[in-house]
Write a protein of this length. Structure first.
Length: 275
């Protein structure tokens, strides 16, 4: 039995689906199973990493787990996993930890990795960079007037399709040889924000425009959805990558035997959200 936490997230949903397609028994926890919307065949239990009393039932009979990094809430889960003999933990972490713990995002993920290491359980860490799916945040303004408004349009990244992260997670759960590995995951190409808008426009068959915001205006916009300390980290990351070319990591192609999905492929899949 494989347990998926964060099963309703951008990556977790695909992890669950791929495990089912591989013929595995899958259990997921959700704060509200009735609205989880997970595929038939998944045993969905009410559970929350911040509610330790829900974890014994979730972990009963589990031998492997996909773990979403709920900050400061992994201890009880990992203790329970050790007690029932879970033999493999695949943790969704972040590329941010590769560069030290100089910001909140990196520190949170590093602390999650440390918790798993300290548990003594066999582990694999997945450290993706930017997610392509985050660009769905542009959908409203693209639908409204064909404009994307953000700071540092020339900042570069190599965003990854969430389905590729999920496929690597499933390989790490099912195949031997991944224990003790920390995989940095990127997409197959470096793109600036302006270039991604141009690719989206080509997929949609319409002209889109990137409108440069000041750093302060971008932070104010981000703070509608996230704490100020996180918006500052993200704006600083954008600023630090202006005029660069993002490094492409080989892990996705090596593990999956194919290149990662392109940004244009991702955009085609989500085109309806932008129209």
């Amino acid at each position: 039995m494989i347990l998926a936490t964060g099963a309703t997230g951008n990556v977790g949903r695909h992890v669950v689906t791929l495990l089912l397609e591989a013929g595995e028994k899958v259990r997921a926890i959700s704060r509200d199973p009735a609205t989880a919307g997970l595929p038939d065949g998944v045993a969905v239990l009410e559970g929350d990493l911040r509610r330790p009393e829900t974890l014994p039932a979730a972990l009963s009979g589990v031998d492997r787990a996909y773990l979403f990094p709920v900050h400061d809430a992994l201890g009880d889960f990992l203790t329970g996993a050790r007690e029932v003999g879970v033999g493999r933990i695949v943790l969704l972490s972040s590329m941010a930890v590769n560069f030290g713990v100089g910001n909140e995002i990196a520190r949170w993920h590093a602390e999650s990795e440390r918790a798993v290491l300290d548990s003594g359980l066999p582990w694999t860490f997945l450290r993706p960079g930017a997610f392509m799916v985050n660009d769905l945040g542009w959908a409203h303004s693209i639908r409204a007037d064909g404009v994307v408004r953000a700071a540092y349009g020339d900042s570069a990244s190599a965003p990854i399709d969430e389905r590729d992260i999920a496929e690597v997670a499933v390989r790490a759960l099912l195949d031997d040889g991944h224990e003790g590995q920390a995989y940095t995951l990127t997409g197959p190409a470096s793109h600036t924000q302006v270039e991604r808008v141009r690719i989206l426009g080509g997929v949609l068959g319409r002209e889109l425009r990137f409108e440069e915001l000041s750093r302060e205006a971008a932070r104010r916009e981000m703070e509608r959805f996230m704490p100020p300390e996180i918006s500052e980290v993200l704006v600083e990351l954008l600023a630090s990558t202006v005029g660069t070319t993002a490094e492409i990591e080989p892990a996705v192609e090596r593990i999956l035997g194919r290149a990662g999905r392109s940004y244009a492929e991702w955009a085609g899949r989500w085109a309806g959200e932008f129209r």
